[in-house]
Write a protein that binds this ligand. Structure first.
Ligand SMILES: NC(=O)c1ccc[n+]([C@@H]2O[C@H](COP(=O)([O-])OP(=O)(O)OC[C@H]3O[C@@H](n4cnc5c(N)ncnc54)[C@H](OP(=O)(O)O)[C@@H]3O)[C@@H](O)[C@H]2O)c1
Length: 323
């Protein structure tokens, strides 16, 4: 297949593009060219790179036509955040592309009733990001019902791998949290530390996209793409301290007090994560796509922390994250 990947050089694209090339697909990679791929890989030599700014070209009304002119068998859309942008792409490629795979987010769900949350749970998204992605999912599903145009939406959890800071046991991105746990220093968690986070390794997200490309039963469907199981903040902290031979020295504060003893930025990140406390089911992805995550949440996080240490961003002394 000729597969056009919009937003090809990011966390997921860095794994997806080599997978697609290895599977024998012809890959066209779209990005603004602001950054190099997270992962260098020989596969990039076989990929056609196109520089385009999706947002600017959406505004000019030219982006969808540009994608359709590439005559793709499949379009993988990693950077679509509004129904208007999704609608433009759909209108441009309907009848001119074989299928559309859209990257959503587990934040299309708001708070859960039953866990693990299944794809058919009543959606109660909040915040622009989650509501925008939920509206896109609805739009694509309606399009499939009405015109038969094949689309699939994959909803990753917190994407965690080497190359960037990932969600930590306090539910935010502070690097200090890893250092506190490695040093056996006290760490304060919000509430009882029993709210949850649900990570996924970018290669598992890439795996799911590659599977969806060749799964006819994925048409018109959406799937959670996360690790096998979510983590409680407390259990997450205890496991990380254990990597360094420590017992986590945890303190707990109601969220409003927790908020006051960290930065506004980290408090906001914690709130975004724990107010949703995702714990998602992958049963549907397993059944219809054959999805089998290679990484547990802790394994995905460990790769990220190992990379942060080797990049000099984390000061853990002689401590090392076990392989
Ligand atoms: N991060 C998470 O934990 C998380 C969780 C759930 C879902 N998601 C979803 O994952 C998707 C993002 O995937 P990712 O994490 O792989 O992305 P990423 O690492 O942020 O990379 C974004 C990619 O898109 C390109 N890009 C950014 N803006 C662009 C524009 N205006 N026009 C063209 N290309 C553009 C970037 O390259 P240039 O900068 O060079 O253009 C890069 O290739 C989003 O749909 C997001 O909702 C993310």
């Amino acid at each position: 297949m000729r597969v056009v990947v919009i937003g090809a050089t990011g966390h997921v694209g860095g794994y997806l593009v080599p997978r697609l090339v290895a599977a024998g697909h012809e890959v066209v990679a779209i990005s603004r060219g602001v950054r190099s791929p997270y992962r260098t890989h020989p596969a990039w030599q076989q990929v056609r790179r196109i520089t385009a700014d999706r947002h600017a070209e959406d505004a000019a009304g030219t982006f969808a036509g540009r994608i359709a002119d590439l005559r793709p068998d499949a379009v993988v859309d990693m950077v679509c955040f509004t129904p208007d942008s999704a609608r433009q792409l759909l209108d441009g490629i309907r009848g001119r592309a074989g299928m559309l795979l859209h990257c959503g987010t587990i934040w299309v769900h708001g708070t859960a009733v039953e866990v693990p949350v299944t794809e058919d749970a009543v959606r109660r998204p909040f915040g622009d990001y989650g509501t925008g992605k939920a509206a896109i999912e609805e739009l694509l599903a309606r399009e499939f019902r009405e015109s038969g145009f094949r689309s699939t939406v994959l909803h990753p959890g917190h994407i965690s791998g080497p190359g960037w800071a990932v969600v930590n046991p306090a539910g935010n991105f502070s690097l200090e949290v890893w250092e506190q746990l490695a040093a056996g220093e006290p760490l304060t968690l919000p509430n009882f530390g029993l709210e949850t986070v649900h990570h996924v390794h970018p290669d598992d997200v890439a795996q799911a996209f590659a599977l969806a490309l060749r799964s006819p039963s994925a048409a018109g469907e959406s799937f959670h793409i996360v690790s096998e199981r979510a983590l409680t903040l407390r259990g997450f902290a205890e496991a990380v301290a254990g990597w360094f031979g420590r017992t986590a020295d945890l303190r707990f504060l109601p969220f409003e007090q927790f908020r006051r003893q960290t930065t506004p930025e980290q408090a906001a990140a914690t709130w975004e994560h724990i107010s949703r406390s995702p714990s998602m089911s992958i049963a549907k992805a397993r059944r219809l796509l054959g999805y089998a995550p290679r990484y547990t949440s802790l394994q995905a996080v460990a790769e990220a922390v190992r990379w942060l240490q080797s990049d000099g961003q984390l000061h853990l002394g002689a401590a090392e994250v076990p392989v």
